[in-house]
Design a protein around this ligand. Structure first.
Ligand SMILES: Cc1cc2nc3c(=O)[nH]c(=O)nc-3n(C[C@H](O)[C@H](O)[C@H](O)COP(=O)(O)O)c2cc1C
Length: 318
């Protein structure tokens, strides 16, 4: 099947000869582009492209039991952005282990299993079930702004984060990525806490806290009142998070997230010091965006052999 975009007419379904791999915490990604958690659904995208062609697939956060998420309305438009308060709705880790995960592995994807929790016990229950699973990496979401317990309340408190890491780290040998929130004064503080307590990699950013008001009613549009802002508007916020973290933690693998919708924007994250990127909101209105970004980046890296060589060796530009 050939999917044509107006940007460039390339066949997104046929396997591509990837030229520029990267390494994240010892795991080779065939290219530096993955999907961002919560914006990818295998059942939907499998008709558009071959998921094994992505660097990695980060799946929707899973909790110990099914979660219904927040009441509707859960989304609103923002300037150059999208605001969501889905509230980590998901069918639970047991369903994930018999459905999404085996299907993605059968399709040849490198899978990053994203872990959600309302408490340390929740996170530990999910990690225990994923510890010996087929997932290639775990991504612990301590940064969701849309839940009242767990999520961002852990990622904004370095002491709570350190305590959670001490609990989770001995439970698995799988590479553990900690996903951080930009809703802090200095993201390098939780970043250091995560790394000092055993994180193998960091991913940043999760969504930025925000809201919209309906001027006809004078009330918030989103039922949860606040939501998380994603999309092009958050690119500069994600970039500064990666740049500053790379400055203080020269060796930790970093996955840059936020506002990536083209190869050029992915390249900005790589120059900021990321080993890889994930594409989120762009995929909500263009399902093939992650693979398109990967193809664009593959060509851009042809012209940047020094950067490409560093990534392939598990190193970063800065
Ligand atoms: C609808 C939606 C659902 C999301 N669900 C999750 C999730 O379950 N776990 C998580 O770690 N991040 C989740 N995120 C955050 C994204 O993975 C990403 O960090 C954020 O949207 C910024 O990237 P973007 O600007 O490319 O969208 C979600 C984002 C959106 C828009």
């Amino acid at each position: 099947m050939t999917v044509e975009t107006t940007a460039n007419r390339i066949n997104l379904y046929e396997p591509h000869e990837w030229k520029h791999p990267t390494k994240v915490a010892g795991v080779t990604w065939k290219n530096p582009v993955g999907t961002a958690s919560g914006t990818f659904q295998y059942a939907a995208v499998r008709w558009f492209y071959d998921v094994s062609q992505l660097g990695a697939v980060s799946t929707k956060g899973v909790s110990p039991v099914p979660w219904e998420g927040n009441p509707s309305p859960r989304t609103a438009e923002g300037p150059a952005s999208n605001i969501n308060a889905v509230g980590l709705q998901n069918p639970g880790v047991d369903h994930y282990l018999v459905d999404d995960l085996p299907k993605l592995k059968e399709a040849g994807a490198t899978v990053v299993a994203n872990v959600a929790g309302h408490s340390d016990d929740d996170y530990a229950a999910v990690v225990a079930k994923l510890a010996d699973s087929a997932a290639d990496m775990l991504e612990i979401n301590v940064s969701c702004p849309n839940v009242t317990h767990g999520g961002m309340s852990v990622g904004t408190d370095p002491v709570a984060l350190a305590k959670l890491m001490d609990r989770l780290r001995p439970m698995t040998d799988k590479p553990m990525i900690i996903k951080l929130t930009p809703n802090v004064t200095d993201i390098t503080v939780p970043a250091r806490a995560a790394v000092e307590h055993g994180a193998d990699a960091l991913s940043m950013i999760n969504t930025v806290l925000g809201m919209r008001i309906d001027i006809r009613t004078g009330k918030p549009i989103i039922a949860h009142v606040t939501g998380g802002v994603s999309g092009p508007a958050v690119l500069p916020i994600g970039l500064v998070a990666v740049y500053r973290t790379r400055t203080v933690l020269p060796d930790i693998p970093i996955i840059g997230i936020g506002g990536v919708d083209s190869g050029e924007k992915a390249l900005e994250y790589l120059y900021a010091g990321a080993n890889a990127v994930e594409v989120g909101a762009a995929a909500l209105f263009d399902p093939v965006a992650p693979l398109r970004v990967a193809r664009e980046l593959d060509d851009l890296l042809d012209e940047r052999p020094e950067l490409a060589a560093k990534l392939a060796a598990g190193k970063t530009w800065r």
